[in-house]
Design a protein around this ligand. Structure first.
Ligand SMILES: [Zn+2]
Length: 78
């Protein structure tokens, strides 16, 4: 089960997509959103995820619901 933390660029290795402020879960070609979470994926790699990545991982039952997820949704969707 993936446990997230709020997105933190400094948690990611220099030179990575996640460090650069982009969503590494979808990749820069597929996604132009800013990440909202940082997490370890199933391989143990550090990933950044946008709001859509969180929704997908929640829907697939792979991610523990972030405690402030509703707050993010209100912020992003309005
Ligand atoms: Zn994304």
């Amino acid at each position: 089960m993936i446990v997230t933390r709020p997105y933190d660029p400094s948690w990611h290795a220099p030179g990575t997509v996640a460090r650069s402020g982009r969503c590494s879960w979808h990749g820069v070609k597929a996604c132009d959103k800013e990440p909202v979470v940082s997490f370890h994926d199933a391989s143990g790699d550090r990933q950044s995820g946008c709001e859509r990545a969180v929704a997908e991982l929640l829907a697939r039952g792979l991610m523990k619901r972030p405690p402030d997820y509703d707050l993010w949704r209100r912020h992003v969707i309005g």
